[in-house]
Design a protein around this ligand. Sequence first.
Ligand SMILES: NC(=O)c1ccc[n+]([C@@H]2O[C@H](COP(=O)([O-])OP(=O)(O)OC[C@H]3O[C@@H](n4cnc5c(N)ncnc54)[C@H](O)[C@@H]3O)[C@@H](O)[C@H]2O)c1
Length: 372
Amino acid sequence: MSDPLSTLLLDVDDLRAVIADVGLDSFMDELITELRVEIGGFDEARVEHQIRAGFNYESAEHGLVEWMPTMVVGDVVSVKTVGYHPANPTARGLPSVLATTALYDTTTGSLTTMCEATLLTALRTGAASAVLTNVLASPGPVTLGVVGCGAQAVTQIHAISRLRPIASIIATDIDNSVATTLEARLPEDIASPEIVDIDEFNARVGELSVVCTCTSVPIGKDPVVDLSLRRQDLHVNAVGADFPGKTELTIEDLHASVVIPDVVEQCLIEGEAQRLDRSELGPSMVDVLSGAAPMLVGEFTVFDSTGWSFEDLLAARLFRSHAVRLSLGTRVSLQRTPVDPYDPYESLRPSSGEVIAELRSSGDLALVRDRA
Ligand SMILES: NC(=O)c1ccc[n+]([C@@H]2O[C@H](COP(=O)([O-])OP(=O)(O)OC[C@H]3O[C@@H](n4cnc5c(N)ncnc54)[C@H](O)[C@@H]3O)[C@@H](O)[C@H]2O)c1
């Protein structure tokens, strides 16, 4: 019997085992449903969240480590810690985004779960765009444009394909070597992306019903795309703007569109919305998914996706529930139930762990406490 204070460690192999069991499409479908239902029914009295905070620095290159907290009242606190180091892929062969999520029990404060969240982040970012796309893009198959062909592009395309048929994809990246490997990274049954340069992309924007921007554009650089030749009903998932001074769209396109922030206060600091006044924002993601917002299909809409800590909690919870069902993960004693909760030195005594483990396995821990 494991110590109730032990932590369930869920690593990359555990997530692979979960997805091998559930199937990648089905796991994405479950996550999409979680986001649609939980965000559509979002209740501020039940879920508290804070905008992310962190450290950013210029050590070698630009980087940041941030923490993203959310609490389901009376149940769980989730804190995702995420690093963003856009030089990682080319300089070190590592992903730009690296993340882990910790779940805490709100009765005891104990760390119940520590899990992989790099893939979970990509999955939930794609799922959020798909949910908004399905509600805001004109009905029928999607003609998709993708600007930035890195890690997030894969899950943007995959998630959208789960809710809408994708008729065609045109994609562009400032680094052609990334663009040309996009197709190999996509699930097999998805339309092959046509790779074009940004000038051709801008010229052909009128062919597109949905655009995803998911670039690692540096702070203060030019917009990554010009949507002025768009259809009037274009829907955009703007995923890459998530830091002050880092944006992807032109101000003209933003002014022409209905901007839908995922987290209003966060978007005003670091999303596309950082260049807008609060009064210029459209309805929030919660308003759109709950049905509180007016119908926007047919309008030029921009989902200002900065990433919501609540989405991370939902993704970690889904991973954990499958992992528990499949008896996956490793229990580690980052915390241990003591005999005497007032004795911080107890765990330093060589025998204490063994005695407690033995009595716990015989179900007699209460007896140890009585003796103490
Ligand atoms: N909204 C969210 O919830 C969320 C979640 C995760 C990541 N992100 C952000 O999404 C962005 C992409 O993340 P990723 O993990 O895919 O990074 P990545 O490094 O894997 O890919 C980014 C790609 O963008 C390309 N790029 C950079 N500047 C460009 C430009 N001007 N035009 C076209 N392509 C350009 C790069 O060459 C690279 O291939 C980052 O800014 C990241 O911070 C947002």
